[in-house]
Design a protein around this ligand. Sequence first.
Ligand code: GLU
Length: 374
Amino acid sequence: MRTEWIGANRLVIKIGSSLLVDSGSGTLRHAWLEALADDIAGLKAQGKEVVVVSSGAIALGRNALKLPKGPLKLEDSQAAAAVGQIDLAHAYEDVFRERNLVAAQVLLTLGDTEERRRYLNARNTMTTLLKLGAVPVVNENDTVATSEIRYGDNDRLAARVASMMSADCLVLLSDVDGFYTAPPGSSADARRLDEVREITPEIEAMAGDVGSDLSKGGMVTKIEAARIAVAAGTHMVIASGKVLHPLEVLAHKGTATWFLARSDPVTARKRWIAGTLEPKGAVILDDGAVQALASGKSLLPAGVMRVEGSFERGDAVVIRTSQGVEIGRGLAAYGYEEAKAIIGRKSSEIAEILGYLGRPELIHRDDMTLYRRG
Ligand code: GLU
């Protein structure tokens, strides 16, 4: 057993639709869910806290509503989720009750994790549920999510939940048993990696193209999830859920890919910044500023070559090198127009340029998370 597994006291388990719902009949795979519930009861008996993030609402609902196979229109998937979520919640309630566990349904929308006040509120509720011994079963509130304002995939939702709850470990149970050096089927010598210690541009490239249909909800979102998790201090593991008792199998045999979290402690606020799903812009740094950030300094306007996007003061922005590599995220102390006016200039000139005395830094180090491992 891996130390990351043994040492994990708070776990988030993400379950993909294809594991829970039979693709032929569109019905729930009861035997599999029973076996999963045994595993979760085992973890709870060891005193661990478990949060489940479960997909399957749309897959179950589309069957009940007799919607056609193939991609659904947004309004049809919203209708399907409204129907299927009831089944899903019932199924968890049943299997957990048989094992003396209490299931709690939590439906989140993107704003619940992206707006800090709502985020703190959701976190409080979930913390209370865990304290009371319940097992939160989380899904996106697909029925009210519009196309622009939704996670769209439960990989990133699960990572956001894991970082929100300061989980020790996020398990993505899926139909593949790990992360491969090339998309399955695209190359004969694609091999599974046991461990990923840093999410480099090479790792991103291995996940495939962002835009392609094949990778949607596949490895690209899993790498994004890994980025959110590890920056928050949560280890993430991609493991096969195609077996019965997938968590037992993971614990003992361990064919999987582990994304190891950085070891330095991350503050809750920085965790939230690192996981922002919708940065509003980007700042592009010169090499000197990249070095200054790496040594723990704040970002001064002088080291910024370019700003992009339409961010306001306080919005999250991506921090990039001049080669285009994303090295972190932070909250901008100035909106785009003001930032544009002061980049490349000394902080002592800010008052003269803007006509008021603002902060000397464009992103303060307390408002910034860098991805590099310390
Ligand atoms: N929230 C969706 C559902 O419950 C699933 C999204 C996903 O599978 O990533 O059906």
